[in-house]
Design a protein around this ligand. Sequence first.
Ligand code: NAD
Length: 308
Amino acid sequence: MAESDKPVAIVTGAARGIGRSHALALAQAGYAVVVNDLGGEGNGTGADLTPAEEVVAEIKAMGGTAIVDGSDVSNWEAAGGIVRKAIDTFGRLDALVNNAGVLRDRMLANMTEADWDIALNVNLKGSAAMMHHAAAWWRDRSKETGAPVNAAVVNTTSGSSMYYTPGQTNYSAAKAGVTALTIIASRELARYGVRVNAIAPIAATRLTAGVMPAGGEERLNPAKVSPLVVYLLSPEATVTGRAFHVGADGFFVYDTPRPLAGRKAEGGDWTTADIARVMPAVLEGLPEPATSAATLGFMNTVPVEQLG
Ligand SMILES: NC(=O)c1ccc[n+]([C@@H]2O[C@H](COP(=O)([O-])OP(=O)(O)OC[C@H]3O[C@@H](n4cnc5c(N)ncnc54)[C@H](O)[C@@H]3O)[C@@H](O)[C@H]2O)c1
């Protein structure tokens, strides 16, 4: 296969919502796009290729290049098939956007094994599987040519993993895993010239129907998330190993857990009584883990003019 003149991007879960917007924005930016989507319901049941085919048609209608793929990203082998399809069709791979996601909200006491598994499988394993296959290709390509590949990945985490939303233990644990996966992969893949970042988007889609402020549809248009993704994937960008919150009017870089306060035992010996004695002073004045109020703060306090 002759190598495409255009850079090539895979977007998973690209039939609807935020993924569709990424696919359109990347096509607009000159990428040939593999539009992957299983096409099921928001809770992960069912499958339908039609919405993904419609996005491909939309891209072609605006003069762009796109192909459809209906694979399930949570299947390790099928994920390899998506990467192979991009390379077999276009001869190269420059960008991967792991966007496919499902929600199965349940309080922990009511959670079934199936609820747990699907949230972890699509959101976390699906991202890892796609990255594994793309990374192997980039590693081989970089070794073959003796030069860095200058490729990039954007993974999709969630504010839920930063704000610890009750009812979302499965989803939040998966999305927190996506952030860890992102940062470790950025360190592993730097040697091949691959950058890896994560976004926690905020947008009005079927997944957020009912939890977003009423009347905010335009402000929360998924199209407002994609410019950052196009930037992070662009060969000129150098940022890697970062997590961004993005949507509405702006974006934030998010910190990852780091030590806040502690005590060191004299001479290395300590007892439970020692811990009980020092604990109140250690915890004194520390901020609590964030809650979803922080999302509202982000959305309400940062008009785009202030981003400088
Ligand atoms: N909308 C928000 O505010 C918000 C907030 C935080 C995180 N997210 C994340 O953003 C991403 C996009 O969500 P959205 O709001 O656009 O929802 P959406 O349901 O509109 O889009 C998700 C897409 O992923 C596809 N998909 C699901 N399982 C798949 C699988 N196994 N293989 C391939 N495709 C699959 C679905 O068919 C769907 O088209 C998700 O990862 C979601 O968790 C969204």
